[in-house]
Design a protein around this ligand. Sequence first.
Ligand code: HEC
Length: 324
Amino acid sequence: MRSTSSYIRIITFLLITYVLIEITVETGDQSAFIVQPLSWLGLGIALLFMVAAEICLAAFKNILFMALSPEAQERYQSAESARKAKQFRWIKKTYLRLLDSKPLEQEDEIILDHNYDGIKELDNNLPPWWVYGFYATILFGVIYMVRFHVFNDYTQAEEFESEVAEAKIAIEEYKKNAKDLVDVTTVTLLTEASDINAGKGIFTTHCVACHKADGGGGIGPNLTDKYWILGGGIKNVFRTISEGGRDGKGMVAWKQTLKPAEMAQVASYVITLGGTTPAEPKEAQGEIWLDPDAKKDETPTKEVLETVSDSTLVVLSHNTVQEN
Ligand code: HEC
């Protein structure tokens, strides 16, 4: 007793499940079915469940039908066929109206009285769907001509240029929002309080065990001083976090755990720790790091470096990297 309505019910149920999964699974702008492939499993289970329910329902109806007396069965069947005839009546009627063709039995009314070797011709009306479509094209043509050839609204070249300009804005917008696109070559220092706070949160969760909450250092080096083993500045710090430190030193590559945007946030937070005074600072390791991108006149002179720390020049001339 499979019927159209079971199919319709199954499809409706599937659509509802799809929308519900899309709404309940938190995935931001993207579809849950792309970000969380498990959603497909959910949908598949819903489908199996629904098919099973329909099979049970059909079986149940069958049993009820068998239990009826022969007259009742007959009454039921005629009621069913009456219901079926009514089903989709509106769609069927509209379809016939759009065709406006004479039924086979009435064709003799429209037959033309010529006859070519036994081939006769019917004089059917033009199908209304076609006629109205034709009027629509005429209307479209008139509006188009008046708009573009009489009033010269805009040319194709102008349309092209405005669309390119729009697309450029959209690309900028996309790049701004898609922070996960950052990598070591494009990362910049984030200064928004929300990013720094997010970075602090990540640091507290993943990094304090080795670098201490104030960045003073423990297993890992002091992150607040001017000395860097693997290079300072946002790009180097980002790379260290992403790729890890030297083999066997304990600093793992975080790119498996953190998203690029998160690494940019925590790297920016690490930079903000620079110059702060931790409670128990670990001794300096590595070299003073000077930003090669800094403008010439901002590069510290020898005197400035001397005021930074007494041991600066010693460290600079004496590469400690090997000894770590
Ligand atoms: C298991 C301990 C450990 C954890 C956890 C850890 N680090 Fe490290 N980190 C280290 C060690 C050890 C080094 C030194 C690596 C080397 O010498 O190559 C280091 C180096 C660094 C450096 C480079 C310092 C320099 O002087 O060049 C940065 C930046 C850094 N870690 C940031 C982080 C951030 C951010 C996190 C959290 C996402 C983190 N670390 C988590 C142990 C750790």
